[in-house]
Design a protein. Structure first.
Length: 112
């Protein structure tokens, strides 16, 4: 018959793993969410640049809004004309994280 000794370390690894697992899972989830938000922001920036060039070539604003909406789901676009510049500000929810991503791009009017 074996006797239980005081100070025995049996089960301590399992207990430490049970405590650390939720923290590791949370870090991985937040890291994945940040990567997804970064990728979404890059797509939003590219769409804003494409939309600004379209409007600078005298395409309708609805075509530019469609480009932004097609590139990033749930995105919207606003057009601002300042002198010879045509600027498009696109915004969309980040997805996993509850923030709004915004991208702005400008093009010279006349399509040059």
């Amino acid at each position: 018959m074996s006797r239980l000794r005081l100070g025995d370390d049996r089960g301590s690894v399992v207990a430490e793993f049970a405590v650390a697992l939720p923290a590791v899972a949370l870090v991985l989830l937040l890291g994945g969410g940040a990567l997804a938000a970064g990728a979404r922001h890059v797509r939003l920036q590219d769409a804003a640049a494409d939309a600004a060039r379209l409007i600078a070539r005298d395409e309708p604003e609805s075509a530019a809004a469609a480009v932004v909406a097609r590139a990033v789901a749930g995105a919207s676009a606003a057009v601002d004309r300042t002198g010879e510049l045509v600027c498009v500000t696109a915004s969309a929810p980040a997805g996993v994280v509850a923030i709004t991503l915004t991208a702005r791009s400008c093009a010279l009017a006349g399509g040059l």
